[in-house]
Design a protein around this ligand. Structure first.
Ligand code: TA6
Length: 309
């Protein structure tokens, strides 16, 4: 199975409005609630692709109970979430039909106690031996040490399990120093980490800091991969409009699915780019449009980039 870790799970609420404006009461035309948090989205996509996936992280309170109930209906997905005394957060994505863009509001999440963090580490250690890969995704809730991902990466490495990290800021900085197999920053996270805006230079700098491979998600420009065996770019054939919430999580799911199936790097990137664009096509957070995925996977190609690995 593939293991995903979401320390800051969420209930993702999507509001669709005709036009988003400040100082205005909006009439919401459609709402959607979905289990969320980055690793939960990754797991939902992997499970829909048919990959047995286990979800761990924290869940608590009525929103945590709702999230667990919603996940229980997903085939191929196993809930190994650790209960906490606090209440799982909500996030709100407002999709503006006129502007064609999305505005996201993320709560900080519940405070996690030292005992709850210890329980998570214990659960993680018991799940690792059965995992073919692990993904550590999203922000850290208050109370979880900033070096949490670095700790979980070291554990995965000593268990011989490939580990992917998708986070930002100081947890990313410290996580990279623990030498994960792969990191998946977006352009802003990569620039913030390395101090350089050129994505290729920045990806190489991230590798020098400890990441074995880097896949950067560059919005409309698609994906850039810098790996020990080469560098590639893969992008959708044209502009993709819709709700981008969870598009980065689908990149992670595509990369993990490719890894689990023994695909080479160009094939992994094609799957990841196609899943990401198909996620923008789907209106609810963290879901992808199946037909768009199949169509895009047949049309996207990964282009090798010159230069030594
Ligand atoms: O990538 C989208 C998303 O996964 C949403 O589902 C939402 O829960 C959020 O990101 C969480 O991100 P954060 O960085 O706050 O942990």
């Amino acid at each position: 199975m593939i293991l995903t870790v979401t320390l800051n799970t969420a209930v993702d609420l999507t509001y669709h409005v005709p036009t988003l404006r400040r100082h205005t009461t909006h009439r919401v035309t459609e709402t959607q609630d979905r289990p969320g948090g980055k690793g939960v989205n990754v797991a939902r996509v992997l499970a829909r692709l048919g990959h047995p996936t286990t979800v761990t992280g924290f869940a608590g309170g009525p929103t945590g109970a709702w999230l667990r109930e919603a996940l229980s209906g997903e085939p191929h997905l196993k809930d190994a979430l650790v209960p906490i005394g606090g209440t799982t957060r909500r996030t709100v994505a407002v999709v503006d039909a006129a502007g064609g863009d999305t505005t996201q509001f993320n709560e900080p999440g519940p405070t996690v106690t030292a005992a709850e963090w210890e329980a998570l580490k214990k659960a993680y250690a018991s799940l690792l031996p059965g995992a073919e890969a692990v993904a550590l995704c999203g922000s850290l809730p208050p109370g979880v040490p900033v070096g949490a991902y670095a700790h979980l990466i070291r554990e995965a490495r000593s268990a011989g399990v490939p580990v992917l990290l998708d986070t930002s800021g100081e947890p990313l900085r410290r996580g990279i120093a623990a030498r994960p197999d792969l990191v998946k920053p977006n352009a802003a996270e990569l620039a913030d980490l390395t101090g350089t805006r050129d994505p290729r230079h920045a990806a190489r700098a991230a590798r020098r800091r400890g990441a074995r491979a880097v896949v950067a998600s560059l919005g409309a420009e698609g994906l850039l991969a810098e790996t020990p065996v080469g560098a590639w770019r893969a992008a959708p054939p044209g502009p993709v409009r819709g709700n981008p919430t969870g598009a980065g999580d689908s990149v992670v799911a595509g990369l993990l699915a490719g890894l689990a199936e023994g695909a080479d790097w160009p094939d992994r990137l094609v799957r990841a780019a196609a899943l990401s664009a198909a996620t923008v096509h789907a209106s609810a957070a963290g879901e992808y449009d199946e037909a768009a995925y199949r169509d895009l996977a047949a049309r996207i190609t990964a282009t090798a980039l010159p230069g030594a690995a």
